[in-house]
Design a protein. Structure first.
Length: 271
């Protein structure tokens, strides 16, 4: 009986001593989480007004949210009477150990941040990076996903991506079609240029600015080479290029201009 009363008294003492701290810490936690939610929501709205990339909006808001939550967690521990300095030291040591173990992941994380900040490409752009050509499907914190013309999904680590060369084919809004057409040395240059320009003008979606170009680009072993240049919107690139090649062949045939075959010479040595 005496032991029961003793334990009951100890429990009462603990409640009176730590109860207010626990209630205050709980109140701080709930109010802090509510404030953090409002802050992150405000950040998202502010970034949205600046027309910032959706992925970057989400990342920055989440980053700020986690930093504030860590600060709130430390404040709650301090409210409970736990020494925050020792806790921060342990947290720092653990962070260093994890950082050393995850160097590659941290590099990819940093690369993702750089990509989102400098925006060398966005979702929907066609890029060539790390030897892969495709349309950007998704930009994540650690990786970027490309969809190739063969409909294959390629996942590239952001660390390597941000440190390598990136060719963005669609950033300027239009692309140039570059073709080299070889014709016979017997063909008239002026007539050939008119036929090739006429083939360009038969395409519906060729842009007038910058203007199309047809010029002699070289004298090959068996052909006079013409550079055929024209500009189209990104979405029209492949249809126009395929149709232009077919139209050039038909127009040259109709004009009687020969596209020479490669010549091979065989030498037979008699014994």
């Amino acid at each position: 009986m005496e032991n029961s009363e003793k334990y009951l008294q100890i429990a009462k003492d603990l409640i009176f001593e730590y109860g207010p701290r626990i209630l205050a810490a709980l109140a701080l936690l709930l109010i802090g989480l509510w404030v953090i939610k409002i802050i992150t929501r405000g950040i998202r709205k502010a970034l949205r007004k600046r027309d910032m990339e959706e992925t970057l909006q989400r990342f920055l808001a989440n980053l700020v949210g986690w930093i504030l939550k860590i600060m709130l967690f430390i404040a709650v521990l301090s409210q409970l009477g736990i020494e925050s300095t020792s806790f921060i030291a342990v947290l720092g040591a653990a962070g260093l150990a994890v950082g050393l173990a995850l160097q590659g992941s941290l590099s990819n994380f940093a690369g993702g941040v750089l990509i989102m900040l400098f925006r060398p490409f966005k979702v929907g752009d066609v890029i060539n990076a790390q030897g892969e050509l495709g349309s950007v499907k998704e930009i994540e914190i650690f990786t970027t996903k490309l969809l190739t013309p063969q409909n294959r999904l390629v996942i590239i680590p952001n660390g390597a991506l941000s440190n390598g060369t990136i060719t963005n084919y669609t950033a300027e809004g239009f692309q140039k079609i570059f073709l080299t057409i070889g014709v016979s040395y017997d063909a008239d240059i002026k007539q050939t240029k008119e036929v090739l320009m006429g083939a360009i003008q038969k395409q519906d979606n060729v842009l007038s600015d910058p203007p199309p170009l047809v010029e002699v680009s070289g004298l090959g072993d068996s052909s006079v080479d013409f550079a055929v240049r024209c500009s189209v919107k990104n979405e029209d690139f492949w249809p126009v290029q395929f149709n232009l090649i077919a139209t050039i062949k038909d127009e040259l045939d109709a004009a009687g201009i020969e596209i020479p075959y490669p010549h091979q010479v065989e030498i037979h040595k008699e014994g």
